[in-house]
Design a protein around this ligand. Sequence first.
Ligand code: CDP
Ligand code: MG
Length: 140
Amino acid sequence: MAVERTLSIIKPDATKRNLTGKINAKFEDAGLRIIAQKRVQLTMEQAGTFYEVHKERPFYGELCEFMVSEPVVLQVLEGEGAILKNREVMGATNPADAAPGTIRADFALSVGENSVHGSDAPETAAAEIAYFFAGLELVG
Ligand code: CDP
Ligand code: MG
C-alpha cells in the first residue's frame, strides 16, 4: 500500500476538553505520523469554505458556528494507507455508531461535536492539506 497524507482536524469540543494529546496518541499508536500540526482559531470564512461541500445540508450553519467556537488543531497525518486508516481510527460520524476504541466512540459528544475531521479520499486530502498548509510546513 502506498504512503499517503491526509488532513486531520481536532475539533473545538476536543480542544476545549484538553484532549489533543489523547487523540494524538491514538493516531501514533495506529502508525500515523503527525508531520505538520498547528493550533488556530478559524474564521467563519475559513470554516464556511472548508465545509462548502455541505453548504446545502441543514446542519451547515451550526457546523460552521461550532468550528469557530474554540481553537482547532490542524494536522497532516502520514502513513501507509493513511486516508482510510485515519477514518478507521476516527470511527463513524455518529459516535453512537462508532466502533469501540475509536476516537469518536471514546471522546465525541454528538454527531455534530464529534472531536475530529479526516479527509475521505485522495483528492479531498490533497485539496484540504493545500487549503491549510504550505508545502514547507510538511516535514515528513
Ligand atoms: O466528518 P465525517 O466525514 O465523518 O462526516 P460528514 O458527513 O462529512 O459531515 C461533516 C461534519 O458535519 C461531521 O463530522 C459533523 O461534525 C457534522 N454533521 C452534523 O452536524 N450532522 C449530521 N447529521 C452530519 C454531519
Ligand atoms: Mg466528511
